[in-house]
Design a protein around this ligand. Structure first.
Ligand SMILES: CC/C=C\C/C=C\C/C=C\C/C=C\C/C=C\C/C=C\C=C\C(=O)SCCNC(=O)CCNC(=O)[C@H](O)C(C)(C)COP(=O)(O)OP(=O)(O)OC[C@H]1O[C@@H](n2cnc3c(N)ncnc32)[C@H](O)[C@@H]1OP(=O)(O)O
Ligand SMILES: NC(=O)C1=CN([C@@H]2O[C@H](COP(=O)(O)OP(=O)(O)OC[C@H]3O[C@@H](n4cnc5c(N)ncnc54)[C@H](OP(=O)(O)O)[C@@H]3O)[C@@H](O)[C@H]2O)C=CC1
Length: 307
C-alpha cells in the first residue's frame, strides 16, 4: 500500500473566526487572481472562511453584514493574513438601499465585482406551533429576500454588462423536512429554486448561479444554535456516511470551485457538502424538542463563543 494521505482527510480549520495558522494549497494559488468577491455574512463563520480561502487565491473581498465592528475586525485579520485587500461594509440584506450603497462603494474601491457569495442568514430552533408570524417572516426576509436583493443589485450594477458568478449558501434542511426548522428549511429551499430561475435567465449574460448546501459544520454559529453540542454529546456523527462533521475550510473549497473557472460549465445546480449526512440522519424529533424546551426558546439569542 502507498503512504499517501487519505482522500477523506479534512483540510486544516480552526473553531473561531480567525485565519488559518497554515494552509496547504491544493489548487493553483492564482486561481482567483485579480478577482473581487462581495460576500454577505462574510464577517463570521462559513462566510469568513470563504473570504479567507478566496483571498489566499488572489481575490480581493468585500464583507457585508449588519455589524460594522464585526466586518471591520474581520477585514483587518484577513488582510494581515493574506496580503489581499478586504473592505468591511455595514448594512442589512433586507434593505436594498444599504446593499446598493455598499455595491457602489465596492465598485468605487475595486472598479469591479466578479463574484457574489450569499452567506448571510438567520436561524434558531423553534417548533412551527411556537413560531410567531414575524419570526417566520424574518428568516425568509434575511435568507431568501436578502439573497434576491443582493443578486439583483449586483446584476444591475455590474454582472449584466460584465458577467459574474453567484454562489448561494443554502442547506439540506428541506430535503427530509427537518423538525423545528420550517422557517430556515423553507427559506433555503426557495433559494435553491431561485438559483435555477436565475441560472436560466442570466446564463446568456455569462452569469453562473449555483447553490452550495453544507451539512453540520464545526466552529459555526449554525452548529451552536441548532444543537451541535447535544449532537456531539450524543455521539451521532458515526451515523452519517463520512462519520464526522465538516469544517469551514472544506465548505470554502466548495465555494472556490463553484466561483472559479474550474466550474466554467456548472450552473443552476446545488453542490451538497454534508458527508452524506442528510441521506442517513434520523430526524431527531424528541431530542430537538427537549433541547428547545430546555432553554433555547427562552434565550432567543444564544450566547456565541465568538462574540
Ligand atoms: C441527539 C441530538 C440532539 C439534538 C440535535 C439534533 C440534531 C442536530 C444535529 C446537528 C445540528 C447541527 C448542525 C445543523 C446542520 C445544518 C444547519 C443548517 C442551516 C443553518 C442555517 C443558518 O442560518 S445558521 C446561521 C446562524 N446565524 C444566525 O442566525 C445569525 C443571525 N441571526 C439573527 O440576527 C437573529 O437570530 C434573527 C434571525 C432572529 C434575526 O434578528 P432580528 O432581525 O434582530 O430579529 P428579531 O427582531 O430579534 O426577531 C424577529 C422575530 O423572530 C423572533 N425570534 C428571534 N429569535 C427567536 C428564537 N430563538 N426562537 C423563536 N423566535 C425567535 C422574535 O421574537 C421576533 O418575533 P416577534 O413575533 O416577537 O416580533
Ligand atoms: N453552520 C452550519 O452548519 C450551516 C450553515 N449553513 C449556512 O451557512 C451560512 C453561514 O452560517 P454560519 O457560519 O453558521 O453562521 P453565521 O451566523 O456566522 O453567519 C451568518 C452571517 O450573516 C450575517 N447576517 C445575518 N443577518 C444579516 C442581515 N440581515 N444582513 C446582513 N448580514 C446578516 C451575520 O452578521 P451580522 O450579525 O453582523 O449581520 C453573520 O455574519 C448561512 O447561510 C447558513 O444558513 C448551512 C448549513 C449548515
Amino acid at each position: 500500500m502507498s503512504d499517501l494521505p487519505s482522500l477523506h482527510l479534512p483540510p486544516e480549520d480552526i473553531q473561531t473566526d480567525d485565519c488559518l495558522i497554515s494552509y496547504d494549497y491544493m489548487y493553483n494559488p492564482t486561481l482567483l487572481k485579480g478577482r473581487v468577491a462581495f460576500i454577505t455574512g462574510g464577517g463570521s463563520g462559513i462566510g469568513f472562511r470563504i473570504a479567507e480561502i478566496f483571498m489566499r487565491h488572489g481575490c480581493d473581498t468585500i464583507l457585508f453584514s449588519r455589524s460594522m465592528q464585526r466586518v471591520s475586525e474581520a477585514a483587518k485579520k484577513l488582510q494581515a493574513a493574506t496580503g489581499q485587500r478586504c473592505l468591511g461594509l455595514a448594512g442589512d440584506v433586507r434593505d436594498p438601499q444599504s446593499l446598493n450603497a455598499a455595491v457602489e462603494e465596492s465598485l468605487r474601491t475595486f472598479s469591479r465585482v466578479d463574484i457574489l457569495i450569499n452567506s448571510a442568514a438567520g436561524n434558531f430552533l423553534c417548533p412551527a406551533s411556537s413560531l410567531s408570524f414575524n419570526a417566520f417572516k424574518t428568516v425568509i426576509d434575511i435568507d431568501t429576500v436578502g439573497t434576491f436583493n443582493a443578486s439583483k443589485i449586483l446584476f444591475e450594477r455590474f454582472f449584466r454588462d460584465h458577467g459574474g458568478v453567484i454562489v448561494n449558501v443554502t442547506a439540506t434542511l428541506s430535503y427530509k423536512g427537518q423538525v423545528l426548522q420550517v422557517h430556515a428549511g423553507s427559506a433555503k429551499a426557495a433559494i435553491d429554486a431561485m438559483t435555477k430561475h436565475l441560472a436560466v435567465e442570466w446564463g446568456p449574460s455569462k452569469i453562473r448561479v449555483n447553490s452550495l448546501a453544507p451539512g453540520p459544520i464545526s466552529g459555526t454559529e449554525g452548529m451552536r444554535r441548532l444543537g451541535g453540542a447535544a449532537a456531539d454529546a450524543a455521539g451521532i456523527w458515526p451515523t452519517i456516511p463520512l462519520q464526522r462533521m465538516g469544517n469551514k475550510t472544506e465548505i470554502a473549497h466548495g465555494a472556490l470551485f463553484l466561483a472559479s473557472p474550474l466550474a466554467s460549465y456548472v450552473t443552476g445546480t446545488t453542490l451538497v457538502m454534508d458527508g452524506g449526512s442528510w441521506l442517513t440522519s434520523p430526524n431527531h424529533l424528541k431530542a430537538s424538542l427537549d433541547l428547545w424546551a430546555s432553554g433555547m426558546k427562552k434565550e432567543k439569542e444564544p450566547v456565541s463563543e465568538n462574540k
